[in-house]
Design a protein around this ligand. Structure first.
Ligand SMILES: NC(=O)c1ccc[n+]([C@@H]2O[C@H](COP(=O)([O-])OP(=O)(O)OC[C@H]3O[C@@H](n4cnc5c(N)ncnc54)[C@H](OP(=O)(O)O)[C@@H]3O)[C@@H](O)[C@H]2O)c1
Length: 219
């Protein structure tokens, strides 16, 4: 049994990560801004009031963990706005950077001392952060925030190697959640793949950008 901490655990991919991990017998620390009846029903330990977009909130989480040891942290919380060239809202662009890029960075900074040697830090990024794959434009803030979090992941993979912590940068596929208006593969399928990728993650593969189905993805 391992101890996992998940951000953005109250719905979507984060909730399903918690559900499958609990079913596999792991200890799950589920963090969220506000819990949900679905999360409360799982038997995970829920930490509410955890806003990954806020420095003080993440420092509060680190304090409330009181040095608890973790094997895996999944920086999953994220937000997407459909900003395009004709409907740009800089505050929304900034918010996506705050949550999707600085959120995982804050999570790593706040929790790295809790991670065991041999532990793992997984970032739920997106293929929309790939510059090579951008065939349709738009989504300025989201694409920027996910490209930048990929840079965070690669630097973390170098900086945490001496502590024995491997870093995974993972694309969940297009998944039927609130974020996509219910379009895409099921959360069950996506999370099965994500958990396989996290399981096979080692220091040798640290810093790679992978689809949940195992494919290596272009930057
Ligand atoms: N669905 C897809 O097709 C897809 C594709 C590629 C990547 N992703 C990535 O996968 C991750 C999960 O997405 P999803 O599809 O599960 O989306 P979702 O259903 O919209 O859920 C988003 C989760 O992130 C949480 N969150 C948002 N802002 C937060 C903040 N400031 N602090 C803490 N939690 C916050 C939400 O909590 P609240 O309820 O409090 O808002 C919710 O738990 C995201 O990083 C997303 O970018 C998703």
């Amino acid at each position: 049994m391992s101890t996992y901490l998940i951000t953005g655990a109250n719905r979507g991919i984060g909730l399903e990560l918690c559900r499958q991990l609990v079913a596999l017998g792991h200890e799950v620390l589920a963090t969220c801004r506000s819990t949900s009846p679905e999360l409360d029903a799982l038997g995970a330990t829920v930490f509410e009031g955890v806003n990954v977009g806020d420095d003080a909130s993440m420092e509060g989480l680190a304090r409330s963990l009181q040095g608890r040891r973790l094997d895996v942290v999944v920086a999953n919380a994220g937000v997407m706005h459909r900003d395009g060239i004709d409907n740009m809202d800089m505050d929304r662009v900034r918010q996506q950077l705050e949550v999707n890029t600085l959120g995982p960075l804050r999570t790593a900074m706040g929790l790295r001392e809790n991670l065991n040697h041999g532990g793992k830090f997984a970032i739920i990024s997106s293929l929309m952060g790939s510059l090579a794959d951008n065939g349709s434009g738009g989504y300025y803030g989201y694409r920027m925030s996910k490209a930048a979090v990929n840079a965070v992941g690669v630097s973390l993979s170098k900086d945490l190697a001496d502590s024995g912590i491997a870093v995974g940068i993972l694309h969940p596929g297009m998944v039927a959640t609130d974020m996509t208006g219910g379009r895409g593969i099921t959360v069950e399928q996506s999370v099965q793949g994500l958990l396989k990728r996290i399981e096979e993650l080692t220091l040798a593969s640290s810093g790679e950008f992978r689809h949940q189905d195992g494919q290596a993805l272009p930057w």
